[in-house]
Design a protein around this ligand. Sequence first.
Ligand code: COA
Length: 166
Amino acid sequence: MTCSRVRPARVDDAEALTQIAVRATKHNGYDDDAISRFMPALKINLTLIAAGLVFVAEDEQGVPRGYVSLRPTGMGGLILLEGIFVDPACSRSLVGTRLFAAAVEHSRKMAGSVILIYSSPHAVDFYARLGATRIGMTPFVFSPDVQLSMFAFTIPPSGETAAGAA
Ligand SMILES: CC(C)(COP(=O)(O)OP(=O)(O)OC[C@H]1O[C@@H](n2cnc3c(N)ncnc32)[C@H](O)[C@@H]1OP(=O)(O)O)[C@@H](O)C(=O)NCCC(=O)NCCS
């Protein structure tokens, strides 16, 4: 399955995007109890959609297959990657890479210089492949038994792409 375009999210995408986040997280092997604990992080943030900070990858039929969301931190140039999720039916077909490239492009427009990432244990190879640098570990606030890896991605000058982010 290919992703035909990436576009800003609309408020009426909200339920589909939350369901993608749930499916993607279940696909990593988490059970229903874990999903319930994670829900505050999996439920799409409508305020971020309204602010134009969420981007959706669609398939050829216009069905959302993944999304990325950003949150400016208010600290000069530092942008938080709030979430990135790809429908398991489309995994490993570069949808995540395209979404991350859209996040980089938008962060640059917001004068961002670094994207801060809290990575699940299952996504560390994805961020490393994109060229992000591992800077530490921290417990997941909604489930402290899960250790998240912190990454920093330095936004390259306009015209250069991230490693792997075509
Ligand atoms: C992590 C995620 C966004 C990656 O999206 P994706 O579209 O599958 O990733 P891509 O196809 O763009 O992957 C590009 C490269 O990243 C690496 N990569 C991606 N997923 C990987 C995985 N699960 N294990 C190891 N390497 C992985 C590979 O090098 C891959 O290239 P390859 O397939 O040619 O080997 C997606 O798997 C996902 O939604 N996971 C569940 C939710 C999650 O953990 N989100 C991140 C929260 S911090």
